[in-house]
Design a protein around this ligand. Structure first.
Ligand SMILES: Nc1ncnc2c1ncn2[C@@H]1O[C@H](COP(=O)(O)OP(=O)(O)OP(=O)(O)O)[C@@H](O)[C@H]1O
Length: 524
């Protein structure tokens, strides 16, 4: 009000004593002014366009209300001339047109890249990595690292999620497997953190498995190369030996379990965390991990924290949770939600029985083994059994499951990555997030237990735009769920026999039938 009054009365001689009552009346009117209400309406609006329309209304009302309230008596002598008002209006019309054009360009660009967004005032997508520099002053070390990693163009999820996070907006995002989601959250995090700083933990990335945490840690290191950020992986050793009362780092990567232990037993302080990423977020919100995630979210109590959720599958319950949790979040979907990657050729093979599966896999390896091949089974017991069968078949095969020690698990991953192992037999422990470059084929030896398990498992091949192949064996027990796979296949562009599409669809969750053991040895 102080400013308003000086604006109202500047430049003219005015008897305040004489007109005291009028001043009070005008001041009260101004406080009640509907502009405040219009402002709050504008903030609730979905799009920039609507916001502009409201502002135009606001301008119009402002002029009308001044005239009605008698403000014009004072305004004519102090405010702008008609020409100046006209010039202002012309300028705001020009700005509005320019904004609308930008909105149209953004919409077209998003359409061409299959990006769908919702939320208020969503930042424009990136046209190229160069825009990181021109629009956001990206430091040169990061651009150099992107170049050295061979990343020429941002992927669709990177085009949209990076600007959203750089604008300080919370975000939940769904994009196909292998489409570069890791960079989409690590790049803006490094840009926002700018340089190493002491004083607590500044950013946290949660990954559901140790393998994925280690991989994400390595990716962060690669992207931060040349800059002295303190990036830490919450290992067993760190958890056991660190003095968390003095613990400080720029980025901490952890599984939910280890971080929760650090919160409860070691009193790690997460109150200064500025950025929190929940990778594979739908997995993290499943009942088994939910409590741990909940306590981590609560411990990250900084009111200006920016949280983001990423996954290739985003069920409705996770969206609901995200909306409850986040403020003014932007939703980014690339392609369609919960869809398998379009670069994977998918096939279904009926094997009749468990024995049939073993024959089929042996035959397939004998005819055309094109490593690396990843084979998924439904339990660690079955992983051990299949390994026992294939280990003596003259192929370089290894196995990974949760009964192995940390070192054995790491070796299994490293040997597979290095090409020393041709065939890796695995449980769902490596079904999500793991980036084994150039996997030629994924074999679902056991039918997956849900739609998301199917999408993530086969998504270990066909990554970063490369082609891949996925073969799913099925027996009588799996037939009720065939239609669900057929749907996923057809929505990602694979040909599906029409009889499959005529089968009944069934709710598909936790389908883990008791299966005969994997063995060629006759039962005694
Ligand atoms: N802009 C880019 N250009 C080329 N390759 C890229 C680009 N961004 C990331 N990649 C590569 O794409 C691969 C997949 O990336 P990433 O692991 O982040 O995928 P994702 O979307 O997280 O997959 P998932 O859903 O399976 O976790 C990696 O090998 C990564 O190095």
């Amino acid at each position: 009000m102080a400013n308003d009054s000086s604006f109202l009365f500047s430049g003219i001689r005015f008897d305040r004593k004489k007109f005291g009552a009028d001043i009070a009346r005008f001041q009260k009117k101004d406080t009640d002014n509907s502009l405040a209400k219009i402002q709050s309406v504008a903030e609730d609006e979905e799009s920039e366009e609507t916001k502009e329309a409201v502002s135009a209304k606001k301008r119009k009302r402002k002029r009308t209300s001044s005239a009605v309230e008698g403000f014009s008596v004072f305004r004519t002598s102090t405010s702008k001339s008609n020409d100046e008002i006209q010039a202002d209006d012309d300028e705001s019309i020009r700005l509005k047109k320019e904004q609308n054009k930008q909105l149209e360009r953004d919409a077209l660009f998003r359409k061409n890249h299959n990006i769908h967004v919702s939320g208020y005032n969503v930042p424009s997508p990136l046209q190229s990595f160069d825009e990181l520099k021109t629009r956001y002053k990206c430091p040169s070390y990061l651009l150099r690292n992107l170049r050295e990693l061979g990343f020429r163009e941002p992927t669709p999820i990177q085009r949209q999620a990076i600007p959203v996070l750089l604008h300080g907006r919370e975000c939940f995002a769904c994009a196909p497997t292998g489409s570069g989601k890791t960079l989409a959250f690590v790049c803006p995090m490094l840009m926002k953190l700018k340089v190493h700083a002491k004083g607590g933990i500044r950013a946290v990335i949660i990954c559901h498995s140790r393998e994925l945490s280690t991989q994400t840690y390595r990716e962060c290191k690669k992207l931060a190369k040349g800059k002295k950020f303190h990036i830490k992986l919450m290992t067993k050793n760190l958890l056991r030996n660190a003095d968390f009362s003095k613990f400080s780092c720029d980025i901490l990567i952890s599984t939910p379990l280890r971080l929760r232990l650090a919160i409860r037993k070691k009193k790690i302080d997460l109150s200064r965390v500025e950025y929190l990423v929940l990778d594979e977020s739908d997995k993290l919100f499943e009942p088994g991990l939910f409590k741990q995630i909940d306590s981590i979210i609560k411990a990250c109590s900084n009111p200006s924290i920016i949280r983001s959720l990423f996954s290739a599958t985003l069920p409705d319950f996770v969206e609901d949770r995200a909306r409850e949790l986040m403020h003014d979040a932007v939703r980014v979907i690339v392609g369609r939600k919960n869809m398998a990657s379009e670069t994977i050729k998918q096939k279904l093979v009926f094997t009749g029985s468990e024995e049939g599966k073993l024959l089929a896999i042996r035959q397939s390896f004998a005819e055309s083994l094109n490593p690396p091949v990843l084979v998924f089974v439904q339990s660690k017991e079955r992983a051990k059994e299949l390994y026992g069968e294939l280990a003596f078949d003259n192929i370089r095969v290894d196995v990974i499951h949760s009964d192995l020690s940390q070192e054995e698990r790491e070796n299994a991953v490293d040997n597979f990555r290095a090409g020393k192992t041709w065939v890796l037999i695995a449980t769902d422990v490596v079904a999500r997030g793991m980036d084994f470059k150039g996997i030629n084929c994924v074999i679902n030896y056991d039918f997956p237990d849900s739609a998301s398990a199917y999408v993530h498992r086969i998504g270990r091949s066909g990554r970063a735009g490369r082609n891949g192949e996925a073969i799913t064996f099925y027996t009588e027990e799996d037939i009720p769920f065939l239609r669900n796979v057929a749907n996923l296949m057809s929505s990602s562009g694979c040909e599906v026999p029409s009889w499959l599409m005529e089968l009944q669809k069934k709710k598909w969750k936790k389908h883990r039938p008791k299966r005969d053991s994997i063995s060629t040895k006759p039962d005694l």
